[in-house]
Design a binder for this molecule. Sequence first.
Ligand SMILES: [Zn+2]
Length: 220
Amino acid sequence: MVESMRDMDVADMANMFRERFDRLIGERFFFTAEDPYEDLLRRTEAVLEGHFVLSSGLHSSHYVQCARTLQHPKYAESLGGCVADTYRDYEVDAVISPAVGGLIIGHETARSLGVRAMFGERDKGSMILRRGFALQEGERVVIVEDVITTGGSVRDLIRLVRDLGATVVGVGAILDRSGGQVNLDVPMNPLFTKRMPTYPPDSCPLCQQGSSPVKPGSRQ
Ligand SMILES: [Zn+2]
C-alpha cells in the first residue's frame, strides 16, 4: 500500500484531495497550483518569506507555519485524512507526534485511523513521553510531524518508540521541506516535498546582507 501510494501520480493525489474537500467542506475548493497541498498552505498564508531561524537553528528565507492552515478544523481533518491514507492497511495502534508542531496533524491522522494520538516532548534536550502516555511492547506506531526540515525531532521519536519496544511503521508529514534530502530508516510519506534551502548561521547569505533573522516557531 505504501508503495502503491508512492506510485500514484500527482494528478491522482490531487483528485483524491479535491474529492475529500468537496465531501468535507461541501464547497468547490478551487486550486490554482499544481500541488493542492502547497496551494492550501499558500492560500491560508502558512508559507512565510523573509529571514528566519528554524527550530533546528538553521537560517532560511522560508518558514512554513502549518498552524495557520490547521487553525481551520476542516482543513486539519482533511490533511490528517490524507496522511492517514498511506497507513490505513498497516494495522497501526497509535500515532505519536513531536510537540508542538505535530500535535494537530497527528491528532487528525489518528482520528482518521481510529487509533490513539500521543505526543513526545523535549525534556532537557531529550524526547520523552509524559502525561501518562504509554506504549505496549509490539505496538505499531506512525510518527506524524507537520514539517520535516532536518528530521531531528522525528529521529528522536523513532528512537524513543523503539526503546519502549514498539515498532515504527513509518513517518507521515504535511511537508518535507528538505526536498527529499532527509534519510530515515523507515518509510517517510510527506503529502508534498519541496526544497526550501537552509543555511548554517555562520554562512547565511541573508545575514551576510546585514538582515537579522526572526524566530517564528511557536513564539509568534
Ligand atoms: Zn541568516
